[in-house]
Ligand binder design. Structure first.
Ligand SMILES: Nc1ncnc2c1ncn2[C@@H]1O[C@H](COP(=O)(O)OP(=O)(O)OP(=O)(O)O)[C@@H](O)[C@H]1O
Ligand SMILES: [Mg+2]
Length: 380
């Protein structure tokens, strides 16, 4: 591998709006704004890491600074390229976490007044904007409300709740969402093809699952798997390296829980631990599996787990226990014991509620003859 190897996440940064995976609501609003000439002066991009905030900020800056005026399909000229690789002097990227003091923001405020050197707009992209100090925020407010005509601000943050209301209310806010697993897996498949890597669908799905909705994380994991496996990646490799439970294992343990087979559940936990599985991850995967099963069950009212039907309500109870167990998993003496107890409690909860439902139904039945009698005597 050459010394100048660039990681996949950087090489595959989308260069056009239509290359973005997911975030269609954002792309649509921004491209409409450009086409109709209704461009705001301050934007706030919020959302989890690696979901496209910086990428969209650069694409937007590039579109605004297109030769001949804002255009969603700008030429791929030197300026466009400089904006995309973060080296254009009129598109200033500032890391709010390390340039957070009032002096630095005052400097920015003063710089704003000068016209852009090459572009139509001077665009400030301030990352992790929630890290700015209170004084720094205050120094920015006036400029943010009425910036010079040639200035646009794009703020990005992973922690929207920490951004002061005074900033948020002066911006157009865009919510970046976690990218769905199937879209991530499909994108990884495209990348693998271009990189001449043969990775099974199951392996790519496992990577997508690990990435929790972040495309950068998914691409970094793929990079790491390529270093580990070379040109051929199998699901077993991903599971081994990251301590994932396989989809089959998750399915089987939930089925055992559905059957209320306590000892089989305990045995499965032993197997997961022996295989080096990350139990926290397994708990999240089980939740995702149950959630999906529950949604599927809404129409028929139940889901069949290898011959054992669970009602939507029973799955909801199980899910509730598993979600509650997340926080406490790593506390106390043994993660394994916490995990095991959580699973058994989930089984118990689903069964206990089922008995409650049964009692209610019995109650109804025992009242029924009286009602039937009443009805009959009324009609006689
Ligand atoms: N929606 C997406 N579609 C395609 N690729 C994406 C998307 N989001 C992120 N990526 C990939 O991940 C890399 C990082 O994305 P980006 O820098 O835009 O994330 P971010 O949201 O700004 O993350 P952070 O919060 O960590 O700054 C990009 O170079 C690109 O390869
Ligand atoms: Mg970013």
């Amino acid at each position: 591998m050459s010394q100048s190897y660039q990681v996949i996440a950087r090489r595959y940064r989308p260069k056009q709006f239509d290359e973005l995976v997911g975030q269609q609501h954002i792309v649509k609003t921004l491209t409409n704004a450009i086409e109709s000439g209704r461009i705001g002066h301050a934007y706030l991009f919020v959302g989890p890491r690696g979901t496209g905030k910086t990428t969209v900020a650069r694409l937007f800056a590039k579109a605004l600074n297109a030769k001949g005026g804002p255009n969603i399909h700008p030429d791929d000229d030197d300026i466009s390229q400089a904006i995309m690789n973060g080296s254009c002097m009129d598109v200033v990227e500032i890391d709010g976490a390390s340039n957070r003091s009032i002096d630095e923001i005052r400097q920015l405020r003063d710089d704003c007044q000068y016209a852009p050197a090459q572009c139509t707009y001077k665009i400030y992209i301030i990352d992790e904007v929630h890290s700015l100090t209170q004084d720094a925020f205050n120094a920015l407010l006036k400029t943010l409300e009425e910036p010079p005509r040639h200035v646009k601000f794009i703020f990005a943050t992973t922690e929207a709740h920490k951004v002061l209301g005074t900033i948020t209310s002066r911006c157009q806010r865009f919510e970046f969402r976690p990218i769905p697993e199937d879209l991530i897996a499909a994108h990884l498949a495209e990348i693998s093809k271009k990189e001449d890597i043969s990775a099974t669908d199951e392996a790519l799905r496992a990577i997508a699952r690990l990435a929790n909705g972040g495309m950068r994380d998914a691409q970094s994991i793929l990079d790491q798997m390529i270093s580990f496996c070379g040109k051929k990646i199998d699901v077993g490799d991903v599971i081994g390296v990251y301590g994932l439970a396989s989809e089959g294992q998750i399915e089987s343990i939930i089925s055992k829980m559905a059957h209320g087979d306590y000892s089989a559940v305990v045995k499965s936990v032993d197997e997961l631990v022996a295989g080096g599985c990350d139990l926290y991850r397994a708990l999240c995967d089980m939740q995702a599996y149950l959630r999906k099963a529950m949604i599927e069950s809404f129409e028929s009212g139940y889901k069949d787990f290898e011959g054992k039907r669970l009602s939507s309500e029973q799955m909801m109870r199980m899910l509730d226990v598993l979600q509650g167990a997340e926080k406490g998993l790593k506390t106390g003496l043994s993660e394994k014991a916490n995990f095991e107890v959580a699973l058994l409690k989930a089984v118990e909860q689903s069964r206990a509620r089922a008995i409650n439902t049964l009692i209610k139904e019995l109650d109804k039945l025992s009242n029924a003859p009286a009602e039937v009698q009443k009805k009959n005597s009324g009609t006689a």
